[in-house]
Design a protein around this ligand. Structure first.
Ligand SMILES: *Cc1c(COP(=O)(O)O)cnc(C)c1O
Length: 217
């Protein structure tokens, strides 16, 4: 399955992030030996352990809700934080990146899904957020783009609608921030719809590592 998805993505110029949360280090290593370098985790503790035990040239992405007091544990090595959703978090990443003499790539998480449980900036807050962050002139954070998730639903019209909303927000943000070029949207159940709607980075877990049954088409 990995080979098929990898081919599907690379043919379309889409970067594939393997979401390895809850999966074993052996499973990660297997993919790594097939050439996969980008992996994503959503828990700081689990990420730190895997980072310590696995090859140092793996690019780790953080995709879960990140508490400010935990930024310091990952700032030294994290390749990209995809779940930035507050100025407070930006300021802490800036501080910890600076202490580590690094510039950290970040994506702003935008909430286009209807569920209350999903984190992220509300689309109505984005303009103000962008102005505030540009005013801060942060030098150790590189805002590379946006990340978002669709509502967990069978109704693909809703999913399509949310992805196209995110794509519109992305275009607007891109016109204001020169470093923005990444639109991270699409998971196992909806990555093809996401790509059809402008995604250039997908985060896929269960379809690659197994767990649940999905049909690849
Ligand atoms: C778990 C997770 C994924 C991957 O989900 P799958 O359905 O297993 O592909 C993608 N993005 C985020 C933010 C996640 O938490």
């Amino acid at each position: 399955m990995f080979e098929e998805i990898n081919k599907f993505c690379s043919q379309r110029g889409v970067q594939l992030i393997a979401v390895s949360k809850t999966h074993s280090q052996e499973a990660i290593l297997q993919l790594y030996h097939k050439g996969q370098v980008d992996f994503a985790e959503n828990k700081v503790q689990e990420l730190i352990q895997k980072h310590e035990n696995l090859p140092s040239d793996i690019h780790w992405h953080f995709i879960g809700h990140l508490q400010t007091n935990k930024v310091k544990y990952i700032a030294g090595f994290i390749a990209m934080i995809q779940s930035v959703d507050s100025l407070k978090l930006c300021l802490e990443i800036e501080k910890q990146a600076s202490l580590n003499h690094r510039v950290i790539d970040c994506l702003l998480q935008v909430k286009v899904a209807k569920e209350d449980s999903k984190y992220g900036l509300d689309p109505s807050e984005i303009d103000e957020f962008i102005e505030e962050i540009l005013d801060l002139k942060l030098t150790h954070i590189n805002i590379r783009g946006l990340m978002g998730m669709s509502t967990f639903t069978e109704d693909m019209d809703i999913v399509r609608e949310e992805f196209s909303q995110l794509k519109m927000i992305f275009e607007k943000v891109k016109s204001k921030i020169p470093t923005v070029g990444i639109l991270s949207m699409g998971m196992s159940s909806d990555y093809q719809i996401a790509i059809a709607n402008g995604s250039n980075m997908v985060r896929i877990g269960s379809l690659i590592f197994g767990d649940r049954n999905y049909n690849f088409s």
